[in-house]
Design a protein around this ligand. Sequence first.
Ligand SMILES: NC(=O)c1ccc[n+]([C@@H]2O[C@H](COP(=O)([O-])OP(=O)(O)OC[C@H]3O[C@@H](n4cnc5c(N)ncnc54)[C@H](OP(=O)(O)O)[C@@H]3O)[C@@H](O)[C@H]2O)c1
Length: 326
Amino acid sequence: MSRLLHEVLCTAPGDDVSKAVVVSTQAPPSCPEDGVVVAVAARPINPADLLLLQGRHVFTPTLPTNVGIEGAGVVVEAGARSQIAPGTRVAIPSGGTWRDRMALRDEGVLPLPADVDLEQAAMLSVNPFTVLGMLEGTKAGDTVLVNAATSAVSRLVCAAARRRGLRVVGVVRDERSLASVREAGATLALVDGPDLAARVRAEAPGPIALALDAVAGSASGRMFDALGDGGSLIVYGLLSSDKVELPAAGIVFRDVHVRGFSRLRAFAAMSATRRREITAELLQLLAEGVLETKIEARYPLTEVRAALEHHARPGRTGKILLTSDV
Ligand SMILES: NC(=O)c1ccc[n+]([C@@H]2O[C@H](COP(=O)([O-])OP(=O)(O)OC[C@H]3O[C@@H](n4cnc5c(N)ncnc54)[C@H](OP(=O)(O)O)[C@@H]3O)[C@@H](O)[C@H]2O)c1
């Protein structure tokens, strides 16, 4: 007898994300002529998933809705016109991955080389892509400031920075995280606070060319103040607040550039050639272990509530993966 397939649906967004989801059985999807059915093996809990479950995303879905923005698995069925053979391991850079099976057109999956780990590939499309995208335009010797420095994104920034000859200053909210941020490769690690800019100026190896802000709220202003003249602030997350607070005088009188970053928009804006180049670079860096993401725990997909509770624990040091047998 074939086993039951499951999917996680968001039914009631709210502050308590474990109550926002239900686990349902899933009907086996039919395979597109020019596509495949993928047995999804792993997908991470990403902060963007929480924004959806909390009802804080700019994207407001019709409920109930599937959840998950990336994953990886194995092709179990291929359509007559598909170029991808059953058994191929693939990354899935698109939405709805918190389910056991996905039907996707060939262009919606990324076939993986044999040397790439499937769980790492499940986390390739969001954070590693975002890091390479945000670091475009930096040059060797630049100093980059990151907050939420214990996050997977910031750790990947440190890894990519080593390759590019960049120096990283990591900002954390708890002094117990300082050592782990230095271990991840930051030249300097500091605890956030009202005098952050003064401490950065006194201790950083050079003026800050780029500040990557995942926290928003008043943290954005502290990152802005720490930048050198001519530097850029990229706000790419809203971990603490739905607002960004910036100093008006600084905006008026300092030559600092402020912008957002969305990996979806960045990807959509790229030429097909650049997409192929960046995908090849990501796969190469993943195979070399450069862009490895730490995993703290794995939960079966059906135990999504326990996984979400674990994700919210303070002091988490890696990603939480939702897994399925394939
Ligand atoms: N714009 C885009 O295209 C894009 C793409 C990818 C990721 N992102 C954003 O990047 C950020 C990091 O993602 P990730 O996957 O790396 O996250 P992650 O690995 O889950 O780490 C997030 C970390 O941020 C810290 N944090 C949480 N709330 C905070 C707060 N209120 N103030 C300060 N620090 C806080 C926590 O570390 P401690 O508990 O150790 O302090 C937490 O472990 C998220 O905001 C995500 O939405 C954006």
